[in-house]
Structure formats: structure tokens, C-alpha cells
Ligand binder design. Structure first.
Ligand code: PEP
Ligand code: MG
Length: 539
């Protein structure tokens, strides 16, 4: 047994085999094939297996995330039956005497390029689907069955570093934990680990030869045990079992009100990164969604997600939440959240760079598409919209003008939409200091303590060397939170916290005393915090 230490992101135990994650797409080799018939049979077998996988995924998704969301698997299975697609692959194998992987990759490239060049948005969006089914086929053919990144069996993913765009694409059902060499405790990859309810260690001296070995991630002590001995394994299995028992006990909190012993109510909401997280929100009985980081829809895609794609995602979330509030934050791209197709310039100081609302107010085409999708989805549930990285009243007024224009367009087109609350994130010191001026402009404030700590303390949240300086309990941060609540309340604005500090149970009482109206936390924290709130008395 070898032990390695790192910094823990989430207190939990993971036990399983390691998958050493290599970045970049796999390269497909072109190999000459003598036995064309055998190759065709191999391809046919892979195609049947892919359809079977997709049918199973469709059935599972129907139960977990609803029909609208599950439809994608049905569409993918149908695409694998498409005559043109199938004929092209067969033809390449027969005429060029090449391996099936190469034929699938070539057909996938050709078809996705063809779709991408079409005028119609619906067909454009199919380009990513063709890529997806082709990758699935190639993974099966090359023996990497199942999920495109991590295979069939749940694994502990070990990597140098993981970008949010990579993490979000992994199938969380098969992710037991993360171990990385780089990355900071306040990065979005760390936040995603907490949202996914899995332990993660950063700053570990990882090695490629760990691939396939049994390991235990101890998120309590920040230790990775490689090929653990019997005693260690038994001890940590016991701890894992105790965690499960605690989780079971917490189930008793479901359906209970979020109210203190002396009658103070607070709204306990959950943070999500995408449609697939809604199942956890429901399983943990959050009263709403306080932060839907919509930029993950953009990070998952190969091109700007069109209005229809976004509308379907927001509508599914709103419908699944069945009338409970869903606060969607508009695109907060930039800094560590990068999508190639935005073609953003490399910047010296990306956290203070061209990002979030700054992009949206210049690229109004992107912004309007998102607002249209959100407004259309608001006809199907209780959607609220909030805007990130605000620093001025002028920005808010510009946003509101654009929002009114979009509403007017929808009215003229007789497209229905509901009443939508509008709020802003308070995550810059500028917004805190003018919160009395901002409050009359909006319905609510949501405090982004992750960025607010970074900008107030001048500590880059991405820099792992500064993790121990990143002190969200700093009196400057706490005073700012108090000031935001006071200014918000003076002007009829409700105030919540959606940054990671909202889940810090050493501060729950303080937040209640300050008058915070809402806390939005990773789904796994909802029930423990509910339990604490119900045992508190704030006088
Ligand atoms: C924050 O800054 O606190 C926040 C919630 O937004 P993000 O972590 O996505 O920047
Ligand atoms: Mg932020």
C-alpha cells in the first residue's frame, strides 16, 4: 500500500479502481483489413451494442430526468439506424478495406460537417449528435465500452488537471471521485465535485501507472491510499458505511419546513450545473434552485447552443421543479470557464477580464437568444433570471432594456411567457458598495461569495498556492454580506447567498441573524443544513 496526500475538496470516501484520464481526443488509426466480411460483422455487432446501450440509457433517463431530457438517447438510437449513415460506413469498409473504427470516424466527420453547414438551426444541432454516436461506436469497437470518457464501471478519475468543460461531460453515475495534481479548492471543477456529491483531492503527486489499480480516496483526511491493505480498506469501508447511515437518517428531514425553533423561515435552495443535476435537487428536497449555472450548457456544446436547445433545458428544469423557483444565472463564461468557439483572447488577468455580463452586453445576439429561451421556458414553471458580475447601475438598466425588447418581440410573435423575477449577483466589491443604488432596480440579490472573496481579498481563486489565504470568513467579507442584506431589505429586495460559503454550517446561525432570506447550496448540503436550521434559535 502507498499513501499520497492532497487537499480535500469534499468530505467523503470513495473506493474503486483508478482511471488515468488523458486529455484530448483519441486518434483513430487507419488499418488495412483483409477479411472484409469479418470487419463488417464486427461493425454490426458494435452498432447493435450501441443501440442497446442507448435504449437502456433512455429508459433510465426517463425515470430520472423526464421525457424531454431522455429524448436525446432515443434520437441517437434512431440515428444509428439511419440508412445513409450506415451505408456510408459499410461502403468505406468494403471499398477501402479499412478497419471499422476508421470508417466510423470518417463518416462521423463527414456527416457532422454536412450538418454544421446547414442553414436550419435544428439540423446544425444534429452535428454534435452525429459526433456523439460515432464516438460511442468507436469506443465499443476499441473496447472502451460505455461512457465516452470513463467506461462502464464506476472509477476514481486521476488527472493532471480537469477543466470544468471536461468534468461536466463525465457521467456522474460512474464517477466515484477525482484526484488531480493541479487545481484550486475554489475552482469550478472543485465546485462541480461538491455538486456531484463526490470526494476530490487536489495537489496530489499523481502517476500514470496507477491506471487500473484499486484505491481509496479519504476526503476526511485528504489521503489517497493506493492498493490499500486489508486493515485500511476495512476501516474506510466502515467509514463509508457510516456516511451512508447518516445520509439515511437525514432522509427524515425531507418534507420538513426550513424554520428555526423560534419561527424564523429561510428558503433552502440548491445549486446546479445542468439538467441532470435536477434529480439530486429533488432527491434532497430543496425548496428551489437558487443557482443554475447556465454556462455549463455552453461548455458542454461544440457551438453556441441555439434557442431551442436552451429552451428545452430550461423548460425541463422548470417542469421537473413543478412550480418551485428556478433561478437561472445568465451566461457567466470566461476566466476558468472557456469554450473554444467563443474565441476569447488569452488574457493576462482573466478573472478580471472579458467575461460574463461584459460579453453579453456586447454580444447581444448571444444574450438575446438566452433571454428568449428563458422567457419562453417561464411559461412552464417558476423561472427567475439573475445576472452575473454586475458592477454598475448602468449595466442593470441596459440589461433591463434588452429584457424588455425581448419580451416585446415575444409578445408580437404571440409566444407566451410568465412573470419572471429579475435579480443580480453581488460578487464584486463595487456592487456591494452601491447595493443601495442597485436594490431599487431589481427583485433580489444573490451573493456570490466565491468571487466576492476573490475580489475583496485580491486572491485569485484559481491559484492553488493561495488556497490558504482565501478566507471567506474574513471580516471584510462578512461585513459586506451584512451591508448587502441591509441595503437590499431597505429597498424591498430579498437577499440570498449562492456562493460556497452558503453551505458553511459554522456560519448558518450568523447568516440567519444577519437576515439572509435564502441559502443556495450543493444538493448534498440541503438536508444537513435543514437539520441545523431546525435546531437553531436566533432570538
Ligand atoms: C460565486 O462567485 O460565488 C458564484 C456563485 O458564482 P461562480 O462560482 O460560478 O463564479
Ligand atoms: Mg461568480
Amino acid at each position: 500500500m502507498d499513501t499520497y496526500t492532497g487537499k480535500s475538496i469534499f468530505k467523503k470516501i470513495a473506493i474503486g479502481k483508478i482511471l488515468f484520464y488523458q486529455k484530448g481526443e483519441q486518434t483513430i488509426k487507419r488499418t488495412h483489413i483483409e477479411e472484409v466480411d469479418a470487419e463488417l460483422k464486427r461493425y454490426e455487432k458494435a452498432r447493435a451494442a450501441a443501440i442497446e446501450q442507448l435504449d437502456a440509457l433512455h429508459e433510465k433517463a426517463l425515470k430520472e430526468v423526464g421525457e424531454a431530457n431522455a429524448a436525446v438517447f432515443e434520437v441517437h438510437a434512431m440515428m444509428l439506424e439511419d440508412d445513409d449513415y450506415v451505408d456510408s460506413i459499410v461502403n468505406i469498409i468494403e471499398s477501402q478495406h479499412v478497419n471499422a473504427e476508421f470508417a466510423v470516424a470518417t463518416t462521423g466527420d463527414n456527416f457532422s460537417k454536412m450538418f454544421a453547414n446547414m442553414e436550419d438551426d435544428y439540423f446544425k444541432a444534429r452535428a454534435a449528435d452525429v459526433k456523439d454516436i460515432s464516438e460511442r461506436l468507436i469506443n465499443i469497437l476499441s473496447g472502451k465500452e460505455g461512457d465516452q470518457v470513463i467506461g462502464d464501471q464506476p472509477v476514481i478519475v486521476v488527472a493532471d488537471d480537469l477543466a470544468p468543460s471536461e468534468t461536466v461531460q463525465m457521467d456522474k453515475k460512474k464517477l466515484l471521485g477525482f484526484v488531480t495534481k493541479y487545481g484550486s479548492a475554489n475552482s469550478h471543477t472543485a465546485i462541480l465535485a461538491r455538486t456531484m456529491n463526490i470526494p476530490a483531492l487536489i495537489g496530489v503527486d499523481i502517476q500514470e501507472e496507477w491506471n487500473g489499480k484499486l484505491a481509496v480516496v479519504d476526503g476526511y483526511e485528504g489521503i489517497l491510499y493506493l492498493e490499500p491493505d486489508g486493515e485500511t480498506l476495512a476501516r474506510l469501508q466502515k467509514r463509508q458505511q457510516e456516511d451512508l447511515e447518516t445520509e439515511k437518517l437525514l432522509q427524515q428531514m425531507k418534507g420538513k419546513e426550513d424554520v428555526t425553533l423560534d419561527g424564523r423561515h429561510i428558503r433552502l435552495y440548491a445549486n446546479i450545473g445542468g439538467v441532470k443535476d435536477v434529480a439530486d435537487v429533488l432527491a434532497n428536497d430543496a425548496a428551489g434552485i437558487g443557482l443554475f449555472r447556465s454556462e455549463f450548457l455552453y461548455l458542454e456544446a461544440n457551438d453556441y447552443p441555439d434557442e431551442e436547445t436552451q429552451f428545452r433545458a430550461y423548460k425541463t428544469v422548470a417542469e421537473n421543479m413543478a412550480g418551485r423557483k428556478v433561478i437561472v444565472r445568465t451566461l457567466d463564461i470566461g476566466a476558468d470557464k472557456q469554450a473554444d468557439y467563443f474565441k476569447l483572447d488569452k488574457e493576462e488577468n482573466p478573472a478580471m477580464g472579458y467575461r460574463a455580463i461584459r460579453i453579453c452586453l456586447e454580444r447581444t445576439d448571444i444574450f438575446k437568444t438566452q433571454l428568449r429561451a428563458l422567457l419562453r421556458a417561464s411559461a412552464f414553471g417558476n423561472i427567475a433570471i439573475m445576472y452575473p458580475m454586475i458592477i454598475s447601475v448602468d449595466e442593470v438598466r441596459k440589461i433591463k432594456r434588452i429584457f424588455e425588447e425581448v419580451k416585446q418581440e415575444l409578445k408580437e410573435q404571440a409566444i407566451p411567457f410568465g412573470d419572471v423575477e429579475q435579480g443580480i449577483m453581488i460578487e464584486t466589491p463595487a456592487a456591494v458598495l452601491i447595493s443601495d443604488m442597485l436594490a431599487p432596480e431589481v427583485d433580489f440579490f444573490s451573493i456570490g461569495t466565491n468571487d466576492l472573496t476573490q475580489y475583496t481579498l485580491a486572491i485569485d481563486r484559481q491559484n492553488m498556492k493561495l488556497d490558504h489565504f482565501y478566507d471567506s470568513h474574513h471580516p471584510a467579507v462578512l461585513r459586506m454580506i451584512q451591508m448587502i442584506v441591509e441595503n437590499g431589505h431597505k429597498h424591498g429586495c430579498w437577499v440570498g447567498i449562492c456562493g460556497e460559503l452558503g453551505a458553511d454550517m459554522t456560519l448558518t446561525k450568523t447568516f440567519l441573524e444577519m437576515g439572509i432570506d435564502e441559502l443556495s447550496v450543493s444538493p448534498a448540503f440541503v438536508l444537513p443544513i435543514r437539520k441545523m436550521i431546525r435546531e437553531l434559535s436566533i432570538g
